[in-house]
Design a protein around this ligand. Structure first.
Ligand code: NAD
Length: 348
């Protein structure tokens, strides 16, 4: 393993299973773990056989770490990334990239100016069927995009918000952000990846069912740059959990996605399409099911963030989701929150 890329993982909540994943990834080596909690750190160190470091500065001073992986509370990601980049380490981090675009910009600038990598772990980006959806939309399988709607009906108990370390970070605006910034951000990332650049938003947010400072529900209208309109509805109050869905309507078809392997594509046959205008489709042409499997997936798609970092460090290939790309979902939720606070349209 002499030429393995050496990772350290910081934050051993969700970071704990990611540490297992790192150890199982070809070309990656886990050389240290870091957490403020002795209980978590000591237990994981025993199980993984790697040293636990409590102090982040001490971790950054280690010579046996090439990449710092951040799985700490969301509002800490960008600032901790800047520290790691300044110490000469590549960085990967969990979603969201941070809670504020200003913080994201500092990390992006730091990575750019030092020629270091900044990758964000949106796990949906590593699934081949999601790349087929992207390819299908880009190649006109549903025509010109008219609507892009996201629904996330999830459930989180009050105990979820009361837990988290340091205590109650999940209930706060500056550390978690809420149902849109934390839970739905996976699908906001997909929506923006597939539907393109959002121009402006209007919406509202609130804490409808939990005793929290942040939101457990948002409702937003999104106008996209290329003329499409969309909506985003998120909640963590759905009992029972009803899952999530993205619906994309174009001039001659509709794509519905709820899981990577459960997307459906229905469109009118080519002969019934007229000049890309939905309203000139004659009568009620019968839709046929499209074959998403026919759309190509990028060759050598890495299957997780560690494989992605290893490949990019070794070959200079592009990361599936770098800082600039991940900043887009932060800008979106930041704009929705501002729109809610000001009761007005906000540019994204
Ligand atoms: N599927 C996913 O991609 C997924 C799932 C869950 C959580 N997450 C993300 O992971 C992050 C953490 O969530 P969680 O549920 O694991 O939270 P958590 O509270 O269970 O764990 C966070 C850990 O970070 C540690 N920590 C905090 N500040 C630290 C510091 N300065 N130095 C070292 N350790 C520090 C804490 O001690 C704690 O153990 C969040 O950003 C969340 O959005 C991603």
């Amino acid at each position: 393993m002499a030429d393995a890329v050496r990772f350290a993982i910081v934050g051993l909540g969700m970071g704990r299973p990611r540490a297992d994943r790192c150890m199982k990834t070809a070309g990656a080596e886990l050389t240290a773990i870091c957490d403020l909690s002795e209980e978590r750190g000591a237990a994981a160190s025993g199980e993984l056989g790697v040293p636990w470091v409590r102090n982040y500065d001490e971790l950054l001073a280690r010579g046996d770490v090439d990449v710092i992986g951040l799985w700490t509370p969301s509002g800490t990601h960008a600032a901790m990334a800047v520290q790691a980049l300044q110490a000469g380490k590549h960085v990967c981090m969990t979603k969201p990239m941070d809670i504020s675009t200003a913080a994201c910009d500092r990390a992006i600038h730091e990575a750019d100016s030092r020629g270091l990598l900044l990758g964000v772990d949106f796990e949906q980006r590593y699934l081949a069927p999601n790349h087929r959806v992207k390819r299908a939309i880009d190649s006109g399988a549903i025509g010109r995009l008219l609507r892009a709607d996201l629904r996330t009906y999830w459930f989180r108990a009050q105990s979820y918000y009361d837990a988290g370390f340091p205590q109650r970070w999940r209930s706060r605006l500056d550390t978690e952000g809420g149902s849109l910034a934390n839970q739905a951000v996976h699908f906001v990332d997909l929506l923006l990846w597939w539907a393109g650049v959002p121009e402006r938003v209007v919406g509202c947010r609130g804490a409808y069912g939990h005793d929290i400072e942040t939101e457990d529900g948002t409702t937003a209208v999104v106008q996209f740059r290329k003329g499409a309109v969309g909506s985003i509805v998120t909640t963590t109050c759905a009992v029972p959990n009803r899952g999530h869905e993205i619906t994309l309507c174009g001039t001659w078809g509709t794509l519905v996605w709820s899981k990577a392997d459960e997307a459906t594509l229905d469109h009118v046959p080519e002969g019934s399409r007229s000049a890309g205008d939905a309203f000139r489709v004659d009568g009620k042409p019968e839709a046929v099911s499209g074959d998403l499997g026919a759309y190509a997936v990028p060759p050598d798609l890495p299957d997780n963030i560690f494989a992605d970092m290893v490949r990019t460090i070794r070959t200079g290939s592009a990361l599936q989701c770098d800082g600039r790309e991940a900043r887009r979902s932060v800008a979106l939720f930041e704009a929705v929150y501002r729109a809610s606070d000001t009761a007005s349209w906000v540019e994204v």
